[in-house]
Design a protein around this ligand. Structure first.
Ligand code: DQQ
Length: 509
């Protein structure tokens, strides 16, 4: 089933300079162009070329973490979805493997192999995924340690949604073992009512019984569809994609992707129903979507998501690649029952040269001399003091014509990622995103910012995350500064690390 990931569409050249100063047009193969593309990440996972969206089926098997992902060999218009496949020993460095799943002509997945999960059934690696169209659930197994995959001859194992009124979708299975049964969730919803996660059980994986909704949307999750120009179930909150359901500490967590965001619910699972107690967002930006988690065998729950692009379709086609997988996040529960998220500690092995400043007062802009770049991890601990707003500006040109700003607003108690001036290119969308962050009086702002070419991932006090994109046009948009507005703030410490690439060619091979 192997296919060349480099079967790319005809590409227009993409602007930018090579490290040696030559222009990109000097690079003549697609692989070279991608390897020198200044916007293509150096340490985030992405396929060799073309399109990636949802992470699928992360799983540990024989010393490797396997990660699958939604792949298309064209960007816009999109082709049918395949399951791409990679593996890693440390969840940081990745090795591409042959495509795991491709649509079978005339089969239940003839129009695409959509998202799903991986699990081990009596020692056999198994995938459960959605075949389209219509949306049905299918199985595939591997008997050679996940190198190749064979589809189950009895596919689809669930050939239609349950007999419920006005079901909006039926996809993205996730699975776990409970006593002597397999339990499966499927993303769904009811038109005009809200999202839902359907629950099924099976003893043999081939025959499934519908047990009813595990969880349905609380009313505040719906948008008034009457005001939408055209009804669209995901946007309205009437369809939940990519449900992921797992135990964490003494609680259970449900993730669903809808309305452009990944929503989490923490609560109690009993008698095959889920009762939510708290809820929040996995990421305040709409650019992190379709999160998927797994238990890493060391007691940790790790989450990945799809990082969308923030530029025009034409620019994505022209670049020859689109999308990336987020850095792995470690999940835990806070004492108030909300979710905490921290970057995977293993990422620290990518840290190179370190820069540090301590105890500096900030009024206005404090340029951080010596710290520049597009591949950095920055850890900033800031005392907001009396400042109305404070934070950090990155990918900044010396004249501030381009900059990406991450700020904490004490009055509104939120954290904002502003891409309004991140690029002079009309192709960049440059949105501004905010998410709640409440600091207690005297509490310090603790930001970890990962810059990786066009990707910006922000972790704030372990409580809130923002993922954005930045596509500066200028080769000097590399500066970093700390700032405060309307009052003084204090940098307790700022540590910045130059980050090493995870491959010599930006994973193009
Ligand atoms: N993407 C997949 C679907 C899923 C959606 C198709 C979420 O299975 O619902 O590529 O991004």
């Amino acid at each position: 089933m192997a296919q060349s990931a480099l079967a790319a569409p005809a590409l227009l050249l993409h602007g930018g300079n090579l490290p040696g100063g030559e222009s990109v047009s000097a690079a003549d193969t697609l692989q070279e162009r991608l390897a020198f593309d200044v916007h293509r990440p150096q340490y985030h996972f992405l396929p060799k070329a073309n399109w990636v969206n949802d992470p699928n089926g992360p799983i540990f098997w024989k010393g490797y973490c396997h990660l699958f992902y939604q792949y298309s060999s064209t960007i816009f218009p999109q082709g049918p979805k395949y399951w791409g496949h990679a593996r890693s020993k440390d969840m940081v460095h990745w090795e591409h493997l042959p495509m795991a799943l491709a649509p079978t002509p005339g089969g239940p997945d003839k129009d695409g192999c959509w998202s799903g999960s991986a699990f081990i059934n009596e020692g056999v690696p198994t995938l459960i995924y959605t075949g389209v169209l219509p949306q049905v659930q299918c199985l595939a197994t591997s008997d050679d340690d996940m190198t190749t995959w064979k589809k189950f001859s009895g596919n689809p194992v669930v050939g239609s949604p349950p007999d419920e009124p006005a079901v909006t979708g039926f996809r993205d299975p996730s699975i776990w073992r409970e006593d002597d049964s397999w339990l499966m969730t499927v993303g769904a919803g009811f038109q005009g009512k809200g999202g839902a996660v359907f629950l099924y059980s099976s003893r043999n994986l081939a025959h499934w019984d519908y047990l009813g909704p595990l969880f349905t949307a609380p009313p505040f999750e719906r948008r008034d569809s009457a005001r939408m120009p055209k009804y669209e179930p995901i946007g309205a909150g009437d369809m939940w994609e990519c449900p992921d359901f797992f135990p964490l500490g003494q609680k259970h967590v449900l993730l669903v992707s809808s309305q452009g965001r990944v929503h989490y619910f923490v609560g109690t699972y009993s008698h095959r129903k889920f009762l939510a107690e708290t809820q929040g967002l996995i990421d305040g930006c709409g650019l992190h979507y379709a999160s998927k988690t797994f238990a890493d065998g060391r007691g940790r729950r790790i989450l990945w998501g799809w990082i969308r692009e923030g530029r025009s379709k034409a620019a994505q086609n022209s670049a020859g690649w689109s999308g990336a997988i987020s850095l792995p996040r470690v999940l835990s529960l806070a004492s108030d029952g909300t979710l905490r998220m921290e970057p995977l500690p293993e990422l620290a092995q990518l840290r190179g040269r370190r820069h540090r400043i301590m105890n500096s007062e900030v009024t206005g802009l404090l340029p951080v001399s010596g710290v520049r770049g597009s591949s950095l991890e920055i850890q900033l601990t800031l005392d907001p003091g009396e400042a109305k707003e404070c934070g950090i500006t990155v990918r900044r040109s010396p004249d501030a014509a381009e900059e990406t700003v991450i700020s904490y607003n004490a009055a509104t108690q939120d954290i904002v990622l502003s891409g309004a001036h991140s690029s002079l290119s009309p192709e960049a969308i440059g949105g501004t995103y905010r998410t709640p962050l409440s600091l207690q009086s005297g509490e310090l702002l603790r930001l970890t910012v990962f810059l990786d070419a066009s990707v910006v991932e922000v972790f704030a006090n372990g409580q809130a995350c923002l993922t954005g994109r930045t596509y500066p046009t200028r080769s000097d948009s590399l500066e970093v500064g700390v700032f405060s507005r309307e009052g003084r703030a204090r940098v307790k410490s700022l540590e910045a690390f130059e980050m090493k690439a995870i491959s010599r060619d930006r994973l193009t091979k």
